[in-house]
Design a protein around this ligand. Structure first.
Ligand SMILES: Cc1cc2nc3c(=O)[nH]c(=O)nc-3n(C[C@H](O)[C@H](O)[C@H](O)COP(=O)(O)OP(=O)(O)OC[C@H]3O[C@@H](n4cnc5c(N)ncnc54)[C@H](O)[C@@H]3O)c2cc1C
Length: 394
């Protein structure tokens, strides 16, 4: 007979939900029970699986830099942290770095961000145009003032492996995962008292964590909480190049917003859509025009040897897009204090999952943050309509 009460119920069991479960279950000070509700154990359509699976320290705000620095620390020690019986999924981590490019108008921002990043301990180097041209001879740099490159700690990995390792270890530590969907919440005054599942099962809880990705606003609305988070489509294209001047590219972020990196033996690219609107979370059709109209013209100009290429694969996923400031919303959904949000990550939630998972576990266990203080990412700024400033949004 399945239990009808858990101390903590987590809605959504992809990377963020599983990170919260993992850090709660690893913490000896937390003695409660944990249930993760996830309708799709294949995770085929989750943002986690459909992401570009990269981590960077190049943000403008110290909180985002610190979250990603912890992400790198976690990835570096992944096997020890998640192994069960000596086994862990292969992360396939590649320390490739991000290369942010800037024209004259963006150079002051890159310099200011570099000061913040290095003050936080990130290993990022600024290069002027001449240095850039020497280090990356395949790039056309005439229109650029320079760039900044992550020397260590930034790179790419297998997103599914990160999520699966967290899930596997959580289950080993006694966390229950159920294949079901949250369809309703029972709220009494300012507390979520129980969770209604699609199967008909009802589960009482002391804390409810919303980790429902692009569907988080729908879940929050069940408790009467208004979250400004929409599903926004992002198409990703994998392509082959006939005669590339270089096969080993970092994650290059062009001033146009277009990004590309190696995806051995191919390459991968994406673009911020021109018409960036809220979409149905079930709509995963690729917007093929984006490659022809937005990406290819920039690629052919920025890396001239990339003018002859062929798209081999493509997919679309959803950002859980926070319309206020494209940053995470973490913490209690005042006044519904026992509804804890871990939402709205837009394009950087994968790398923040370890840091946010740890932070939410601290909130639940101790009632406060004990490592990185995420108060600036709280729901209060949403209610006040005061954006959290972050200039390095992709
Ligand atoms: C194309 C693309 C590229 C990206 N690239 C990067 C990158 O390089 N680096 C990076 O850090 N981030 C990246 N991101 C962002 C990152 O993928 C997300 O921020 C992160 O995966 C969010 O994880 P999540 O667990 O919150 O959401 P998801 O992975 O979407 O998981 C949410 C889960 O909730 C479940 N769920 C939904 N509704 C319910 C319900 N009612 N009841 C129970 N469960 C429910 C879903 O089934 C799903 O499994 C990218 C995103 C996209 C789309």
């Amino acid at each position: 007979m399945p239990a009808n009460h858990y101390d903590t119920v987590i809605v959504g069991g992809a990377v963020v939900g599983s990170a919260v479960a993992y850090f709660l279950a690893e913490n000896l000070d937390y003695t409660g029970t944990i249930l993760v509700v996830e309708p799709d154990p294949t995770y085929a359509l989750s943002s986690t699986t459909l992401s570009c699976a990269s981590i960077r320290h190049q943000f403008s705000n110290p909180v985002n830099v610190e979250l990603s620095l912890f992400g790198t620390e976690f990835l570096a020690d992944f096997h020890n942290r998640v192994e069960v019986g000596g086994d862990s999924p292969d992360l396939c981590y590649r320390d490739t770095g991000y290369l942010f490019l800037a024209t004259d108008s963006g150079w002051a921002t890159l310099e200011a961000n570099n000061r913040t990043q290095t003050a936080c301990g990130a290993d990022i180097t600024l290069m002027d145009r001449a240095q850039l041209g020497r280090r990356f001879p395949y790039l056309a740099v005439n229109d650029l003032a320079g760039g900044s490159i992550g020397v260590t700690g930034e790179g790419t990995f297998d997103a599914f492996a990160l999520m699966w390792g967290l899930r596997q270890r959580s289950r080993h530590n006694g966390v229950d995962y159920t294949t079901d969907r949250v369809v309703g919440l029972q709220v009494a005054e300012t507390r979520v008292e129980s969770v209604q599942l699609e199967s008909g099962r009802a589960v009482n809880c002391n804390n409810l964590v919303n980790a429902a990705g692009p569907r988080c606003a729908h879940v929050a609305a069940m408790a009467g909480v208004d979250l400004p988070v929409e599903a926004r489509k992002r198409s990703v294209f994998v392509f082959d190049v006939a005669e590339p001047a270089e096969r080993d590219l970092p994650m290059i972020v062009d001033p146009s917003g277009i990004y590309l990196r190696s995806e051995p033996p191919y390459f991968l690219a994406g673009a911020p859509p021109v018409d960036d609107v809220s979409v149905d979370p079930d709509d995963l059709t690729v917007v093929h025009d984006e490659f022809d109209n937005l990406i290819w013209p920039v690629l052919a100009q920025r890396i001239p040897s990339f003018d002859r290429l062929k798209v081999t694969h493509s997919w679309a996923g959803h950002y859980a897009y926070n319309t206020l400031d494209q940053n995470a919303i973490v913490g209690p959904a005042h006044p519904t204090e026992n509804l804890i949000l871990a939402n709205g990550f837009s394009g950087h939630g994968l790398q923040q999952a370890p840091g946010v998972g740890r932070a939410v576990a601290e909130l639940i266990t101790y009632g406060e943050y004990t490592s990185i203080d995420l108060s600036q990412l709280g729901f209060g700024r949403i209610v006040a309509g005061e954006p959290f400033p972050e200039s390095a949004i992709i």
